[in-house]
Design a protein around this ligand. Sequence first.
Ligand code: IVH
Length: 672
Amino acid sequence: MNRAEAVQRIQKLREQINDYRYRYHVLNQSIMSESAADSLKHELVRLEQAYPDLVTPDSPSQRVAGRPLDKFTAVPHATPMLSLNDVFSREELEAWVKRITKLLPPGYRPEFYVEIKMDGLAAAVIYRDGGLTQGLTRGDGVTGEDVTANLRTVESIPLRLRHDVSVPAEVYRGRIEFRGEVLMYKADFKALNAARAKAGKPLFANPRNTAAGTIRQLDPSLVAERRLRFQVYGLVGEPAGVATHADEHELAGRLGLPVEPNSRVLAGVAEIMEFAREWEDKRRDLPYGTDGLVVTLNDRAALAALGVVGKAPRGAVAYKFPAEQATTKVKDIMVSIGRTGAATPFAVLEPTLVAGSTIQMATLHNESEVRRKDIRIGDTVIIQKAGDVIPEVVGSLPKLRTGQEISFKMPKNCPNCGTELVKQDKEAVWRCPNYNCYALERGRIIHFASKAAFDIEGLGEQTVDALLESKLIADAADLFHLTADDVAGMPRFAEKSAENLVRAIQERKEVTLERFIYALGIRHVGAQTAADLAAHFGTLERFRGATADELREVPGIGQVVAGSVAEWLGSRRGQEFLDKLARADVKPRPMQVARGKLSGRSFVITGTLDSFSREVAGERVKALGGKVQPSVTKETDYLVVGAEPGASKVSKAQKLGTPQIDEAALLKLLEG
Ligand code: IVH
């Protein structure tokens, strides 16, 4: 980027960030997630670092937002309510520790107080002679709003400080001010929105904005209904016996104020990073939201000595968890063709880090989604990634456009085979109708080898491409004729890896009927439908000969699915593929008696098991007539808990009182 482009980009970023900040802090509206906004701020800071002479005092990088609303009395804070600078990585944390260590006396070994950064709004509660006299919002940090009447309704704030004999008497005399976060618990937020939905009222966006909006209600009785909470993170002044940040929390607790309970005193970057990694996942189980940790120099005297830079203390930082949303630029929009022929537009992105991995592509789902979200080539977009899900484009930021952006047009023809794409009425999806299209065949083979189908180890997308390109296979049935010599002739394959692949394929010649049916890749036949079909027909021969009427009798199968299966079975291609698999000696394992000792029992399996994979354990359960469900419901009879189980499954089972058994108990059930 040259200087002229940087000037323009900085200007646009500032406008966008200012707009975001104003809506977020003053109007309590959320136009993008905080992590997306952070991503924009980060870009701005990087650009300003590259062109320091472009920094202006009014840049969003130089100030803290949030003007007090004029409906409450404005009250100046005793000392400013500061904000924190962010760090986003181990490197940035290290750099900060290094910087402050240099400023501390030689040989001084800093200790850090590390706590969860709560996602609410900052407030101060002031006690005089032990009684609550005033509660203020942060406002702009210098002047807050008097919300005493509202805060008095928050049950977690004591109206009088709790008496504790170990606290020096002078603490109860005169003025003491605590600062903390007003929050709404995720569960309370859900319940509130559920009630509003029932009453036909508009829903709130998120717990943080709801808490902020509630505290600014003029009617305290409304606040009282909303179940807000308060958790202290520090205090103002120098009461006797308070030498460290940890002491502040300790004192608050003794005086009856809630404090964030998960904090620790840690010695350095390594320990902080370990704690951060731990909370990156565990935070989802916290009752309130968080997007990071606060790391503070524990020694209050040293913290004070380091002073304040701008609006933030030098001796504390916010460590932000890896963003699950980020912003980046769309370099191109392309179309990929899946195994059903569906044409899926996807964005080619400037590589960016989201939730710990580099993202270069994100799905745009279908043509009408691209239009609805108005995503253009050249746009800055918000992308997000949740768990193992494919990254997606959430939306574009039109304010950042230069005018050079190009709108997306769905191509008329398949990018792989050139056949004209077709669209069935009422469907959002364009499809390549050419059954023999390379992309469709590739997709079918990948599906055939996938985990829930034939589960062929080591047969990933790249290997499928290589096999197709070297013409060693034309369809999935050909896989079973491959020899190690064939495979070893391909690029990137050595003798040993070729042997391994061929062995993995041969080992999977016999699979359950449900895997077999699922692997065929019939439209609308997912794993559950395949299981229903297998249970109903019992053998491949019976399934193969099923008529549309017979298919419609299968419990759980509707007209559309029955029609799709009948069409596939009635097609020459379908029957030929089945014949070809039979000739290759690929066949479903005969079904075990469905009326087994576990019939009528439902299982959910979570975590890693020692004796077998979850899939195999599930097959053994089903072979004895049991059912395996993806998640815990009222119908679940057992939750089988392996190592590192899914937290949501365990907590759901606890809530419903579902019996939890370990692997040994499962093995007993499967045995005798
Ligand atoms: S310490 C100098 N500790 O984060 C400010 N802040 O970005 C000292 N926050 O305005 C803040 N949880 O509203 C601290 N455990 C925690 C916090 C926390 C949330 C908020 C607070 C502050 C903002 C700074």
